[in-house]
Design a protein around this ligand. Structure first.
Ligand SMILES: Nc1ncnc2c1ncn2[C@@H]1O[C@H](COP(=O)(O)OP(=O)(O)OP(=O)(O)O)[C@@H](O)[C@H]1O
Length: 343
């Protein structure tokens, strides 16, 4: 994303909890004005640590965090959390149990009109009628909405949400996800949402940032990142993928399913061929090269395992019900769902 204004900029962020392990290992990330960035990464990749560093709850060893021209962190500076204009929604919502919903939302506000402003924020979350309820009297979804209202009430420059839907059941998750996105958009907030759920990240993100081993390994629009992963690690974060090691010869990478074009890569270069399950096109053939070893129907598509001399792979095809375990098939690749990346 280059046309939106950068609000928050993180460069070379490093953080160690222990000397022998970097929780952040040189992370770079930009957040853009009014846009929602989803931070997706496996457990332990450093997502929460990055959030906590932005909020000022962890101090960077090296690197910088800037809000516009204001330095929040660098070698000399560590602005305390209360001096940063950050709203935070934690995984467990962290509402004050002895305070009403209204008091929770008003907590970070000052001025004579703070109750009115808090109430307006609760009403925007369609929870005005629950203003006097205590957290234990609210459902999980309502608590999350109060937590979001509390984070937004002081009109922060950036809102950080750490796995904000993880405590909710599946149906409620989808509903609340949409509501949260609508609320953030209505408030024109710059937001960073942490998740380890690829589908959730794709659903909420204007910008997707992939994190692994303390670094941001790829950023971009969700579709772009899905279609053009920069590495096998990035591809795996976004869904099932078969990875075939190969090398470049005559501008192509050989696979057991035929050669794949690999423009721009030099002869001899070692590569990974990244194949999404839907790239495999299976055709029944009496003397086919591969054998179906397993099949599982999942409504509109069929997931098949198939084996050949050099391995076993998983395909996802639009339900051709005629394929059965033991059938012989030939397999070619739909190049739309195949990428070749240098190793
Ligand atoms: N308070 C702590 N003390 C020591 N090590 C920690 C602490 N918090 C996190 N770590 C370590 O830092 C690394 C990054 O952890 P972090 O919680 O940031 O990852 P994460 O991507 O948010 O993971 P998850 O999705 O499981 O929440 C991990 O190796 C973790 O064990």
């Amino acid at each position: 994303m280059t046309d939106a204004q950068t609000v928050l900029s993180i460069r070379g962020a490093e953080h160690h909890y222990r000397a022998d392990h970097a929780a952040l290992a040189g992370a770079n990330l930009d957040l853009y004005a009014g846009r929602i960035t989803a931070l997706l990464g496996p457990s332990g990749s450093g997502k929460s640590t990055l959030l906590r560093a932005i909020a000022g709850l962890e101090r960077l060893d090296t690197g910088s965090i800037r809000l516009g021209d204001t330095i929040w962190n660098n070698e000399q500076t560590h602005l305390p959390p209360e001096a940063r204009r950050v709203g935070m929604v934690f995984q467990d919502y962290a509402l004050f149990p002895h305070m009403t919903a209204l008091a929770n939302v008003a907590f970070g506000l000052s001025g004579a009109d703070k109750k009115a402003r808090a109430l307006a924020q609760l009403e925007a979350a369609e929870l005005g009628h629950r203003a006097k309820a205590y957290p234990h009297e609210l459902s999980g979804g309502e608590q999350q909405r109060v937590a979001l209202a509390r984070a937004l009430a002081p009109q922060p420059a950036v809102v950080l949400l750490d796995e904000p839907f993880s405590g909710l059941d599946r149906r409620l998750r989808g509903e609340l996800r949409e509501r949260t996105v609508d609320t953030l958009r209505a408030a024109r907030t710059t937001a960073l949402i942490v998740t380890h759920d690829a589908e959730e990240a794709m659903a909420v993100a204007d910008e997707l940032a992939l994190m692994d081993a303390g670094r941001i390994i790829q950023t971009g629009a969700p579709d772009e990142v899905w279609m053009e992963p920069v590495s096998a690690t990035a591809a795996k974060l976004l869904g099932d993928v078969e990875i075939i090691e190969s090398h470049i010869s005559n501008g192509q990478a050989a696979t057991p399913f035929g050669a794949v074009d690999a423009p721009g890569l030099e002869a001899g270069q070692r590569v990974n061929v990244l194949i999404r399950p839907r790239a495999f096109v299976l055709t029944l053939a009496d003397h086919g090269t591969f054998t179906i070893t397993r099949r599982r129907s999942a409504g509109p598509h069929l997931t098949c395992r198939f084996a050949g001399d050099r391995g076993e792979w998983t395909a996802q095809t639009p339900s051709p019900a005629s394929i059965a375990v033991g059938d012989r098939v030939n397999v070619v690749l739909d190049p739309v769902y195949v990428r070749v990346v240098a190793v």
